[in-house]
Design a protein around this ligand. Sequence first.
Ligand SMILES: NC(=O)c1ccc[n+]([C@@H]2O[C@H](COP(=O)([O-])OP(=O)(O)OC[C@H]3O[C@@H](n4cnc5c(N)ncnc54)[C@H](OP(=O)(O)O)[C@@H]3O)[C@@H](O)[C@H]2O)c1
Length: 315
Amino acid sequence: MAVIAVAGGTGGVGKTIVETLVQETTHKIIILTRSPPRQPPSPHENRIQHLQINYDNIPELETLLTSNNITTIISAIGITTEETCQAQLNLIDAAEQSPTVTRFIPSEYSFIQTEELLPIDPSIKYWLAAATKLQHCTSLKSTRVIPGFFMDYWGMPHARTHLQPGVFGIDVEHCRAAIPGDGNDRLCMTYSYDMARYLVQLLDDVEEEWPEFSVVVGDAVTYNELLGMVEEVRGRKFSVVYDSAEKINQGQVTVPAVPPGYTEEEAHEVTQLVSRLTIAKVFDLPIEGRLNARFPDIKPLRMKEFLERAWRGRD
Ligand SMILES: NC(=O)c1ccc[n+]([C@@H]2O[C@H](COP(=O)([O-])OP(=O)(O)OC[C@H]3O[C@@H](n4cnc5c(N)ncnc54)[C@H](OP(=O)(O)O)[C@@H]3O)[C@@H](O)[C@H]2O)c1
């Protein structure tokens, strides 16, 4: 039994990973959180310990990791700012100094983020900072887990998910679409719980090397194909607009819907960013070296099945 710590295990992706670890392994699980310790929310979760940490104090972090015998850290910190980026960098430093920690999975769970994409998405610098630091950590094995887009967004609000609400390209609930480009760019997508299953397998496959990128793909579809699927599952035609590449490059995008918790301005900003990324084809992930081939026993949900589970029989 290993002791696995999930930093940010209180958040959307983190909770999904924690739940999957509880269900599929016998490891001890420690959630690293900035909040005071609390009772486990249900008896089912009595294998989970909450450990309050201060990301600003690296020596104290190292002591806590070592005294709790933590061997592996999965980071699921929501990284959107310098502060959150620095929190993860400090955790990597503490892990590198700890004699018990040997493996670190950085928070990423996205597309393959490279320097060349910085002009399109400047926040990529946060993920590159962690990846570069990990490359120089001789005592830590690490890999960047890449599931593409989470499918969950097209099943909201009905699909089982911990992710914060988001609407991208197609608002399935309200039967309308604002598609970036011509709708023919390929998007690799994975259900968040399926990504967590692959991640758990990777942890248990101790003999094998970890690649720089651990790509997982549940399905690969274009927006036009996805539109056909959702129209079939919802049993009606959607109203559809396409934003041309020219419009996207000028920042003129159509927001498909403002998700709960977002201002209109935030939704516009997110739509601009994701539209630029979509037409840059970043969600078309490489086929070579995917974890799907390494763990063929896992059968991830395909998009159509995911949509049917979420929407069949709904008004
Ligand atoms: N591919 C996709 O479609 C997709 C979608 C969503 C997310 N993601 C990726 O998944 C990762 C996790 O995202 P998420 O949406 O699950 O994150 P989240 O829910 O926004 O945040 C996760 C946790 O981060 C911790 N956190 C927040 N601010 C922090 C700070 N300043 N310092 C340290 N910890 C802090 C919090 O834990 P405590 O308060 O308990 O400390 C929080 O619960 C990110 O890398 C994100 O880019 C990918």
